[in-house]
Design a protein around this ligand. Structure first.
Ligand code: MN
Length: 491
């Protein structure tokens, strides 16, 4: 489902104590707030006013409805007045959708002349939201709390940002991942418990034989390849005369897309160790699929593939770009340290600074023909890198803040896409923290998705979250990981 088709339900808490007039005013204002917030353009999804809830049954009913509504990606609550929270327990106990508590109030300012006890009875969010907050804390509910004035752009933007994370939850719960072959032999970090991942995150991760892909490739017609070639030349610069090699990538892409779409898969993984019957490792083919929103993981890394797809779904319509990435090599010049990220071939062109070039070069690894690939430089800007690892018994999501730069050298003989960045807090401390936390060599790099969104997503998914920022120290992180380990054993 596309991002714009999801909606969030606005549920306002109250009670009968204040009489019908107050309740009518609350309902009318809730509708007005929803209308104005939708019109602001700051929310990526529609907000729908559902009910001013006064009873246990009204809350239980709206929660039941939200749980079953496929297009409802979460509920947002607020208490204009006081809403005794025991009436929320039965509903909240059954809530299966993301939940945001929006602590706001209808009026921005205290009206000096007008304020009297009628005003006080109607405008009680300051203590109504505290009663509401207590019960969610007591129930240990995963939730997001956002406080601020509802007409402020920055407040609306934060709600919008959380909505995107919640859509990532909805997307995750129905995500199917197609594995062409197994993981690269002997590699540990790309392994994982698929049953645990399906239970926790919803992912259906299954395998399809490479032979089936080769069969599908053989069925692709020249006309289909012609159309794909026209697409390539409209988007990218053809920097090779070896048209046949590029056409072979087109054939691979068409076949993979057919298989993915037939199974409803939005992510896939393959490995250069199992290309049985294929002439080239898919390079351009995988890159162009990623540009269309599919997740990809190299060397059979289905976890990074799924995370790429989820983060692309969360950032749909944004323009910064999200890509499968790998830390490749360092520049360790004192005071000018950088990481160089790349892959054998498969970096998504959504992160390219300019028009990507289609080139053909031999591959140092594997025993296939030189594959066509997109070569480009990544853009400058703030970004994050994210890695999901299986700790055995639980999943850990690691996120590091990075600052991407225009690569400080042009590397004319490097035949792959490249991105250069400065990891936080600095390269060596950042590397120490990443390695201490067990982060993989594969990551998802995103200029669009924020660390706060990934934290929100991890909270909603009930998995561990580790964030390496400009303020992180190796000692502090070690301490946090030690405590997390204890806490997650008890959970
Ligand atoms: Mn790799």
């Amino acid at each position: 489902m596309a991002l714009k088709n999801y909606e969030f339900w606005f549920v306002v808490g109250s009670q009968f104590l204040y009489g019908p007039e107050v309740l009518e005013t609350v309902a009318a204002r809730a509708e007005e707030m929803v209308e104005k917030m939708n019109a602001s353009g700051n929310l990526p999804c529609k907000l729908v006013y559902k009910v001013t809830a006064k009873t246990n049954k009204e809350i239980t009913d709206v929660v039941r409805e939200a749980n079953y509504a496929e297009n409802c990606a979460g509920i947002i609550t607020w208490c204009h007045t006081f809403s005794p929270s025991k009436m929320w327990i039965n509903g909240f106990a059954n809530l299966q959708k993301p939940y945001l508590h929006f602590a706001t109030q209808y009026n921005r300012e205290i009206p000096n002349d007008e304020i009297d006890m009628d005003f006080m009875n109607l405008n009680q969010a300051a203590h109504g939201d505290r009663e509401h907050g207590f019960i969610a804390a007591r129930l240990r509910m995963p939730r997001k709390v956002i406080a601020g004035y509802w007409q402020d752009e920055d407040v609306q933007a934060r709600i919008g940002s959380w909505m995107r994370a919640a859509v990532g939850v909805a997307f995750s719960k129905t995500l199917k991942v197609m594995r062409f072959g197994d993981n690269m032999r002997e590699v540990a970090v790309t392994e994982g418990d698929k049953v645990e991942v399906q239970t926790k995150l919803g992912w259906q991760v299954n395998t399809w034989p490479v032979g089936k892909l080769v069969e599908t490739m053989n069925e692709v017609t020249e006309t289909e390849v012609d159309a794909k070639m026209a697409e390539y030349t409209s988007l990218y610069e053809m920097a090779t005369d070896d048209v046949e090699t590029v056409r072979y990538q087109a054939r691979e892409e068409i076949a993979m897309k057919k298989m993915l779409d037939a199974e409803g898969c939005m992510a896939f993984a393959n490995t250069f160790q199992d290309l049985y019957g294929m002439k080239q490792l898919p390079g351009l083919a995988s890159q162009h699929l990623m540009a269309q929103g599919y997740g990809y993981g190299g060397e059979g890394d289905w976890k990074v593939s799924a995370m790429t797809a989820i983060m692309k779904a969360m950032s749909e319509g944004q323009t910064g770009g999200t890509a499968f990435m790998e830390d490749y090599t360092y520049h360790l010049e004192k005071g000018n340290e950088y990481s160089l990220g790349a892959h054998m071939l498969e970096v998504c062109p959504s992160v390219a600074a300019g028009k990507a070039k289609i080139e053909v070069h031999p591959l140092g690894i594997g025993d296939r023909e030189p594959p066509a690939r997109l070569v480009f430089e990544g853009k400058a800007g703030s970004a994050i890198v994210v890695s999901l690892i299986d700790m055995g018994g639980r999943l850990r999501l690691i996120c590091q803040d990075i600052e991407c730069v225009k690569p400080i050298m042009d590397m004319p003989n490097l035949p792959v896409a490249r991105v250069m960045w400065r990891a936080m807090p600095d390269l060596t401390t950042g590397v120490e923290c990443w390695i201490t936390a067990g982060g993989a060599h594969h990551t998802v790099l995103s200029y669009d998705v924020t660390a706060e969104q990934m934290k929100d997503w991890a909270t909603m998914m009930d998995i561990e979250f580790v964030h390496i920022t400009k303020d992180t120290t190796a000692e502090g992180l070690e301490q946090q990981l030690f405590l997390n380990d204890l806490a997650w054993k008890l959970k």
